[in-house]
Ligand binder design. Structure first.
Ligand SMILES: Nc1nc2c(ncn2[C@@H]2O[C@H](COP(=O)(O)OP(=O)(O)OP(=O)(O)O)[C@@H](O)[C@H]2O)c(=O)[nH]1
Ligand SMILES: [Mg+2]
Length: 445
């Protein structure tokens, strides 16, 4: 009796906390260099999506198989291994065409996902804010749209085969069967929803642009980097942001901006945002444009690298590619080699340092290198400042208060109702001052 209750309970527990069991597959084509475990990142992504990795298969081929990515023999081996390990889902590191997914699903009788779908799935499960949810939904629908066609082509074919005289003529009269109608309906629903989401996101984008512009008198610094590099940990070490930190990919999906006091009366605004990854699905980058607004307009980027990761060098390249895609590849950047406390293979550090000689070694966890980082940011900010003498009305309290806040006042004198100020001022603040006060006079510059 007790035994059966226990068994029932166990079965119930198993059901209620059941994580999908995943088999990972990667096809390496010739010319692709192998650094470390080729499935390490896919395993992390799978774990971050909430599934458990139970088996892995790697195949080397000259080219990818057009029909099923892996060859026929490997496909049969995958089917057997999926049966043996009671696998629910097969995840491919390679991006798959809809027809390839269908082919592999048919052969293995399992759900098949590719890397982009897995990333979209993680984003969907992490999206907390209304904005992030809209952004993920748009990316998912845009990714799904071409697959919709794929999903229904078998019905098109069935309808075509039974289409009397037009049978076999692609796109002929006989193809307008129920499948075709269903595709039209689905496409209409998807495209209406996509248009709706785009309109909403454009409005959010415009609001974000206004918000970012409103901060333009501040020097703004944005953390960027590969997912899991430690951006939120650094944000928390430098400010009181209280950002969520976890050893999972894509923990952060929004942007958090906080004041970072540089310890000498000066401060900057620091933003922590979404992490990047190799081959980030481009729909995601496009729909997360509003979230990346701070990064796009930042004065300085801090590119954080997890230098304890064997693929640190590759990850730098991937982040640079996303930054180029956002049009900020040539923005002023400091490269920070994070997790200095966790380095086990110093050859990785050597390679990265050769490629990025100006990079600084830090640890967001232990705080090592953070004082030097503060000084370096302060230097960048001040390097950016202009030294000049201004004359404004001594009665303009608002302008004087603004200068106290956003400029370094090196000397001040009053003469005939005017304040003559020797200042070191960021260009943005000077621009803002001119918008605020009509009679600012530059005495020297
Ligand atoms: N050993 C060590 N671990 C660190 C350091 N910085 C961050 N971590 C760990 O790395 C993991 C990821 O940290 P996060 O700060 O969430 O990374 P992130 O870059 O914000 O990641 P996403 O938001 O997912 O893109 C966590 O487990 C952190 O504790 C460090 O300097 N040393
Ligand atoms: Mg984060």
């Amino acid at each position: 009796m007790a035994k059966s209750t226990f068994a029932e309970q166990a079965a119930h527990d198993d059901f209620s906390v059941r994580q999908e069991r995943a088999l990972l597959v990667c096809v390496l084509t010739n010319g692709k260099q192998l650094v470390g475990d080729p499935l390490a990142e896919l395993a992390e992504l799978t774990r971050s999506a909430g599934a458990v990795v139970v088996d892995r298969a790697v195949q080397r081929r000259r080219t990818l198989d057009a029909a099923s990515c892996v060859g026929k023999g490997k496909l049969e081996e995958i089917r057997q291994r999926a049966d043996a390990a009671d696998v629910d889902v097969i995840v491919f590191d390679n991006d798959l065409a809809p027809s390839q997914i269908r082919e592999i699903e048919k052969a293995t009788q399992r759900k098949v996902l590719d890397r982009s779908e897995l990333i979209l799935d993680i984003f969907a499960s992490r999206a907390q804010t209304a904005e992030a949810r809209l952004q993920v939904e748009l990316a998912q629908l845009e990714y799904a749209a071409p697959r919709l066609r794929g999903m229904w082509t078998h019905l098109e074919r069935i309808a075509g085969a039974g289409g009397g005289s037009a049978a076999g003529v692609v796109g002929g009269i006989g193809t307008r069967g129920p499948g075709e109608r269903q595709i039209e309906i689905d496409r209409r629903i998807v495209s209406k929803r996509v248009a709706f989401l785009k309109r909403k996101l454009e409005a959010i984008d415009r609001r974000k642009v206004r918000e970012v512009k409103a901060r333009k008198e501040h020097f703004t610094v944005s953390l960027v980097g590969y997912t899991n590099a430690g951006k939120s940990t650094l944000m928390n070490a430098l400010t009181d942001a209280g950002a969520n930190v976890e050893d999972r990919l894509f923990m952060t999906l929004d942007t958090l901006t906080r004041r970072w006091d540089l310890g000498n009366g000066r401060h900057v605004l620091l933003s922590d945002t979404i992490g990047f990854i190799r081959d980030l699905p481009h729909h995601l980058v496009a729909s997360f444009h509003a979230t990346l607004e701070e990064t796009i307009h930042a004065d300085l980027l801090l590119h954080l690298v997890d230098v304890s990761n064997p693929r640190a060098d590759e990850q730098i390249e991937s982040v640079n590619a996303v930054l180029d895609g956002l049009g900020v590849g040539d923005k002023s950047t400091l490269v920070l080699l994070n997790k200095a406390d966790a380095i086990t293979d110093s050859s990785i550090l050597t390679i990265v340092q050769q490629n990025c000689p100006d990079a600084r070694l830090i640890s967001a966890r232990t705080g090592a290198g953070l004082d030097e980082l503060r000084d370096a940011v302060d230097e960048r900010m001040r390097g950016n400042q202009r030294r000049l003498t201004l004359s404004i009305s001594a009665r303009d309290g608002k302008a004087l208060a603004f200068l106290e806040r956003f400029a370094d006042i090196l000397d001040r004198q009053f003469d005939d109702g005017r304040a003559i100020l020797d200042v070191s001022i960021p260009p943005r603040a000077l621009e803002h001052l001119h918008g605020m006060v009509k009679d600012v006079r530059h005495i020297s510059s």
